[in-house]
Design a binder for this molecule. Structure first.
Ligand code: DON
Length: 588
């Protein structure tokens, strides 16, 4: 398995509480005002106070998933047990992004300071995929083919990835990890307002598919309403087959047959053979250092870790603390660094099982110094001076992140997705789950942007068995070998900059974790050549940025980052993102 040491998470792993936090971080922690002692959920509007606990903490985007994962911790399970339980529960309670029909990445950092590892369960292109499959006879990209057809789906990796995590580091069985999800699917759960709103918004796209309509809408075609009980009997059976037969209960047998038949009926590519051949991989995370903190984040086939480290390396050369949070000067420097990183992403990043990626170069301090020399503190550099491309508009999308820390200090940071909200919109008939549309993350043609406006080239072209490039960035920050920050986010191309800002908000700006998560965010991705900001950045700052030559656009919320911080005395601080109303952090 990629030659990584096989270390164990034991329930007796000791939690290291030595090692000092920086003065800023310490001040931030000391200035926290906790709401109550013990377990509690973040309520909407509770934007600035973290949840505190002593023994374990879970932050996810759905309260029911947070709760079942917390139960695992309270019963003596470790962070991996809880994370896998949350992963399956979200597949039931949050079908727009929680999934078994997609893929993702899990970063695991042991509490005893042992080497962190990453589990890559990204979807793979089916064997029948080919470079020009999303182009017409004239070589033009047929946009919706990679988004809303059966060709859009990569071979799902979630079941294999979660099972591998449990097998390597868990202490409970797959059956135990699946039990709450099966119960929630079979007995149902009470629909929150956000669930109804999502289905109403996506109605047109989803109800085109009879199985999706039958699974997620009532017989009269209306969406399930807040307060009603929503059951998913087909999904319950699919999950039960995994509980009974392990990963073979998904990649072989009845479920595999249902997926393959779904594909055959609609000219899709995924075959029984593709499903049988799916393999999750254990990877070495990208490792960087920022102002004395060790940053561990996701390696290829995600671009996330590489560019978080690259941008932090560039920004380390500036007194960011002095220029202050969301000041024009800080945003300018961030935007210039982001542009350079996203231009490199387009050129170099892809699945390292297929292409060589100059990872060491991209994440080196020397390269960052070289790039810094190109940044003008008084002028925005036009994106066209950096590289040319044809930007596409942003789309509304959904992925989900969760973070867990257990009583031994073990940390898990997991981001997984089916790409768009509800993925391809296609439900596997009889199996009750949605298929991803992750093939859109490949570059359909060099220079043609994907749904997030991201440009790619040769390194990210479609090839059979290859993993499409991702931006997902599950991240764990350590200080002197101790896990101090666990974070990550959805948000497509904005995942990298969202995660980056939570790291900077904590390390540079001394914010407590809830404030760091809630604070308004900014984003630049080279193309389109604009700084995207959330509401909350002052008009005066926007004017100053425009004076420097930036185009600034205010747009909807970016990301939904679920984070945990660990204080020097071992106190756990949870910060759930109020941008998703169902988000919650709970501890014990
Ligand atoms: O892997 C990626 O980078 C994208 N497929 C993630 C999509 C996403 O975050 C959508 N969410 N908000």
């Amino acid at each position: 398995m990629d030659g990584l040491p096989h270390w164990h998470f034991s329930k007796t792993a000791s939690r290291r509480c030595s090692g000092g936090l920086s003065a800023t971080l310490l001040t931030a922690i000391l200035s926290l005002t906790s709401l109550h002692a013990g377990a509690q959920a973040i309520l909407e509007g509770e934007r600035f106070h973290p949840v505190t606990a002593q023994h374990g903490m879970v932050a996810t985007s759905h309260t029911l998933a947070t709760k079942v994962a917390l139960d695992v911790l309270e019963n003596g399970g470790n962070a991996i047990d809880a994370a896998v339980t949350a992963g399956f529960a979200l597949a039931v309670t949050q079908p727009r992004s929680g999934n078994i029909g997609g893929g993702g990445f899990m970063l695991i950092a042991p509490g005893d300071g042992g080497e962190p590892e990453a589990i890559d369960y990204r979807e793979m292109a089916p064997a029948g995929a080919s470079e020009a499959m999303f182009q017409d006879e004239d070589g033009n990209v047929v946009k919706n083919r990679s988004r809303f057809t059966h060709l859009a789906a990569g071979v799902p990796g979630t079941v294999a990835g979660l099972a591998l995590a449990l097998e390597r580091h868990g202490t409970i069985s797959l059956r135990q990890a699946l039990a709450p999800a099966i119960r929630l699917a079979k007995d149902g759960f009470t629909v929150p307002q956000r669930f109804t709103a999502g289905l109403e918004q996506a109605r047109e796209r989803l109800t085109r598919w009879p199985a999706t309509r039958a699974t997620f809408y009532k017989e009269d075609g209306s969406a399930w309403q807040p307060g009603e009980l929503f059951r998913q009997p087909d999904l319950a059976q699919t999950l039960q087959r995994i509980a009974d037969n392990g990963v073979k209960g998904f990649y072989e047998g009845e479920t595999a047959r249902l997926i393959a038949e779904e594909m055959e009926r609609h000219d899709g590519l995924i075959t029984l053979e593709d499903l049988k051949n799916y393999t999750p991989r254990v990877r070495k995370p990208v490792h960087g250092n920022y102002r004395g903190y060790d940053i561990y984040s996701m390696s290829p086939p995600s671009s996330g870790g590489t560019h978080i480290v690259q941008i932090l390396n560039i920004l380390e050369g500036y007194p960011i603390q002095e220029s202050g949070h969301n000041s024009a000067k800080t945003i300018h420097l961030m935007a210039e660094a982001m542009k350079l990183a996203y231009a490199d992403r387009a050129e170099y990043l892809g699945d390292t099982d297929y292409v060589d990626v100059p990872l060491e170069g991209l994440t080196s301090k020397a390269y960052a110094k070289q790039l810094r020399a190109d940044i003008d503190p008084a002028n925005a550099r036009p994106a066209s001076d950096i590289r040319a491309g044809q930007p596409a508009p942003y789309e509304s999308n959904e992925t989900t992140h969760f973070s867990v820390v257990d009583q031994w200090g073990n940390a898990v940071s997991n981001t997984y997705t089916i790409n768009f909200s509800y993925g391809s919109g296609i439900t596997v008939e009889g199996a009750g789950f949605l298929l991803n549309n992750e093939m859109d993350d490949f570059s359909a043609k060099p220079g043609v942007p994907n749904a997030y406006g991201l440009i790619g080239g040769e390194a990210n072209k479609v090839e059979p068995g290859k993993r499409m490039l991702s931006s997902m960035s599950p991240t764990i920050v350590r200080k002197d070998g101790r896990n101090v920050l666990v974070t990550g986010s959805p948000g497509g191309s904005r995942i990298i900059t969202t995660t980056l800002q939570v790291i900077m908000n904590v390390i540079d700006h001394g914010m407590n974790i809830q404030t760091a998560v809630s604070a308004p965010r900014v984003h630049h991705q080279w193309l389109p050549d604009e700084i995207r900001i959330e509401q909350g950045v002052s008009p005066d700052t926007i004017r100053l940025l425009e004076d420097l030559g930036h185009t600034v656009v205010t747009n909807s919320a970016m990301g939904a980052i679920q984070s945990i911080m660990v204080g020097e005395d071992g106190t756990l601080y949870g910060g759930a993102d109020p941008r998703r109303s169902t988000s919650s952090a709970m501890g014990f």
